[in-house]
Design a protein around this ligand. Structure first.
Ligand SMILES: *Cc1c(COP(=O)(O)O)cnc(C)c1O
Length: 462
């Protein structure tokens, strides 16, 4: 008997052609489709099939039961959170990842490990970071922050003659300082056993999310702890504020502190010459987090973790088992990250960099920043809205004039109900705000005009 697997496999090219056609149509309709997904009629009464009906029927069921209810988050007017698009080359690469199904765990049987190493070294070149950084591609910036926290923990232990990865945290003192840590950073410290509350908040400069370095210095001076860790930000999610990394790195050197920089999307500011000063000093960091699935515009899931101390990462993550020892000179990425078995996520990074190069990405970042500043100018000139803070990079933070936070929510819901744009809430200096983040290669100035039209149409007149 021919199995369903065999039948589908024999028909694979035809099936793939149908999927390709559908994908082309989906992509070309992204501009028109509703950005926020309509509520689904519910999948809940679909039962697990006892006998499968094959890939074609499964695909048809996807087109009927799932596809209509997907969001237009890949499209040009989804400005929620910080959401990247996916470049054509990276989408193609992601298909090839599934087709070739490599497990980038240990080297020895595939070029995949070398591809990941080259992708990482191209990223260093892209961001003009020294090659003293080593790293790994992760599932996202949250995972990268976990690795940063792990390295910092291992470093703090080493200073106190304790190998934390081996013998645990008992007896180790660690203090963490940060001004505006991303929520995922708190989650990371929770994961690694230090607790979410381990972070001591350093005051910010007035009306900013940037760390007050003088206050930090006072706190460091006062502390007797031998395991100090600073989590600095290069691009906070709301104000896109950058800590003074140069000054902080200097303090880290003086006080023997680990410097982790969360630069999930802020690292991309290095691609525009006008903003190079923002990340000055980042080359002095011990570890850096960046995201692939945000501004690099590769499909989910892809994050970037860089460190100058790969041995600490290795100590924290290494997996020892005889069957895993393939005796290669290349690193085993399973020893540098959370997972053992790992997706070939390096391929979309490699292919998108190959396809669009440094200048393609410089243009992408430049465009998104110009779009954000165009929206900010419109808001500034409008009667119904005001900027919460000036637009400095790719995020616009604003609120309706004279409305309380409750009424702001109503306005935001109306904006999103238009289906033309999707924005998400935020807070600035304790007051509610609306955020619009630009990080998709598809977005154009025409889209900014559409966003302004939507904002105009739901404006509450005084
Ligand atoms: C998005 C973001 C994260 C979390 O990234 P994920 O890729 O969603 O896990 C962490 N830090 C900053 C500054 C971010 O913008």
């Amino acid at each position: 008997m021919v199995s369903q697997f065999d039948q589908d496999s024999a028909n694979f090219e035809n099936l793939a052609e149908e999927v390709t056609k559908w994908s082309g149509a989906f992509q070309s309709r992204l501009k028109q489709r509703s950005v926020a997904a309509p509520n689904s009629d519910g999948l809940s009464d679909m039962k697990l099939p006892l006998t499968g009906s094959g890939a074609r029927e499964a695909f048809e069921s996807f087109t009927v039961n799932i596809a209509p209810y997907l969001s237009g988050s890949a499209g040009p007017r989804y400005q929620g959170f910080v959401t990247g698009g996916a470049t054509p080359a990276s989408i193609m690469a992601d298909w090839l990842v599934a087709v070739t199904d490599q497990n980038v765990m240990v080297p020895g049987d595939s070029i995949a490990t070398e591809v990941e190493m080259q992708a990482l070294s191209w990223l260093l070149e892209l961001f003009e970071l020294p090659d003293s950084f080593d790293g790994i591609l992760t599932t996202g910036a949250t995972a990268s922050n976990v690795l940063g926290a792990l390295c910092a923990r291992q470093y703090a232990g080493e200073r106190q003659s304790i190998d934390v990865a081996r013998s645990g945290l008992s007896g180790v003192e660690i203090e963490v300082f940060s001004a505006t840590p991303h929520a995922s950073m708190q989650k990371a410290f929770g994961f690694i056993g230090l607790g979410r509350d381990v972070i001591t908040k350093v005051p910010c400069l007035p009306n900013s999310e940037e760390m007050d370095v003088t206050a930090l210095e006072k706190m460091l001076k006062k502390s007797n702890c031998d395991g100090k860790v600073i989590v600095a930000n290069a691009g906070t999610v709301t104000g896109t504020d950058f800590d003074d990394l140069q000054a902080i790195a200097k303090l880290c050197k003086t006080y023997g502190a680990w410097l982790h920089v969360d630069a999930a999307f802020g690292l991309f500011s290095r691609l525009t010459p006008d903003r190079l000063h923002l990340t000055e000093g980042i080359e002095l960091a011990d570890s850096i987090t960046a995201d692939g699935h945000k501004w690099l515009n590769v499909p989910y899931d892809c994050g970037i973790f860089l460190t100058k101390h790969p041995y600490l990462l290795q100590q924290s993550c290494s997996v020892a088992a005889p069957y895993l020892d393939v005796g290669s000179a290349l690193p085993a990425f399973m020893d540098r990250g959370i997972e053992n078995s790992r997706r070939f996520r390096a391929l979309p990074v490699w292919m998108t960099l190959m396809a669009y190069g440094k200048s393609g990405y410089e243009q992408l970042v430049e465009n998104n920043c110009a779009q954000a500043s165009a929206l900010a100018r419109w808001i500034d000139a409008s009667e119904g809205y005001e900027l919460s803070t000036p637009c400095k990079l790719n995020v616009v933070v604003f609120r309706p004039v004279g409305l309380n936070d409750e009424a702001l929510k109503v306005v935001l819901n109306k904006i999103n109900a238009s289906g033309k744009v999707y924005l998400t809430p935020g807070a600035w200096q304790g007051k509610g705000a609306i955020r619009a983040a630009f990080s998709n290669w598809r977005t154009t100035m025409e889209d900014v005009e559409i966003i302004c039209d939507v904002l105009e149409s739901v404006m509450v007149k005084a």
